[in-house]
Design a protein around this ligand. Structure first.
Ligand code: GDP
Ligand code: MG
Length: 180
């Protein structure tokens, strides 16, 4: 019987993707429930902490790593990926190249970050800025891409309008709770 003890789980989640797709805005929205038009590109790595009461027995501490200003493939990413439990790869629906580069990000991640059993860490693909009209990437294309490249799932989101941000993270947490 549980005598009132609460267990705590700590998960490290890394957020990667091309510059300007909305990574910093996403972290700020999810952690601080705010949205601003400009986050000055910090150099290095920013991280934010969010504590969630998952249920009566479990608290979850999420450490969200924002790859601020290091959006290039350097040896830096290896340090950044170290001991991550899950990953968010983000692109901008109105910037085709950011979608194409999602594959480079996934390959960089999988080549540097595997679990002790050899499997890849759970990774979701987030298609941001669905509030904008002029999109350059269509749903069937994203669907195929996601299946072919071992993402656990994808969704369109708008950090600006606060659409699907919470839901996407809940999905990722559920995945981690099953896996770890
Ligand atoms: P990062 O470089 O990936 O960290 O991107 P930022 O979070 O700095 O965002 C880049 C720009 O995109 C900023 O001007 C944001 O306000 C804007 N932005 C972020 N999310 C959205 C969104 O959902 N919709 C729209 N229209 N703009 C967004
Ligand atoms: Mg940023």
């Amino acid at each position: 019987e549980n005598l009132g003890s609460v267990s705590e789980k700590l998960f490290k989640i890394i957020i990667i993707g091309d510059p300007t797709v909305g990574k910093t805005s996403f972290v700020q929205r999810y952690v601080n429930e705010t949205y601003r038009r400009d986050y000055k590109g910090t150099i290095g790595v920013d991280f934010a902490l969010k504590v969630i009461k998952w249920n009566e027995e479990t608290n979850i501490k999420l450490q969200l790593w924002d790859i601020a200003g290091q959006e290039r493939f350097t040896s830096m990413t290896r340090v950044y990926y170290k001991d991550a439990h899950a990953c968010v790869i983000m692109f901008d629906l109105t910037q085709k190249t950011s979608f194409q580069n999602s594959l480079k990000w996934k390959m960089d991640l999988d080549s540097k970050c595997t679990l002790p059993d050899g499997s890849y860490i759970p990774c979701v693909l987030l298609a941001n800025k669905c509030d904008l009209q002029h999109r350059e990437v269509e749903q069937p294309e994203i669907e195929n891409f996601c299946k072919e490249n071992d993402f656990i799932g994808w969704t369109e989101i708008s950090v600006k309008e606060n659409l699907m941000v919470e839901e996407a993270m809940k999905f990722l947490i559920e995945e981690m709770m099953m896996k770890y």
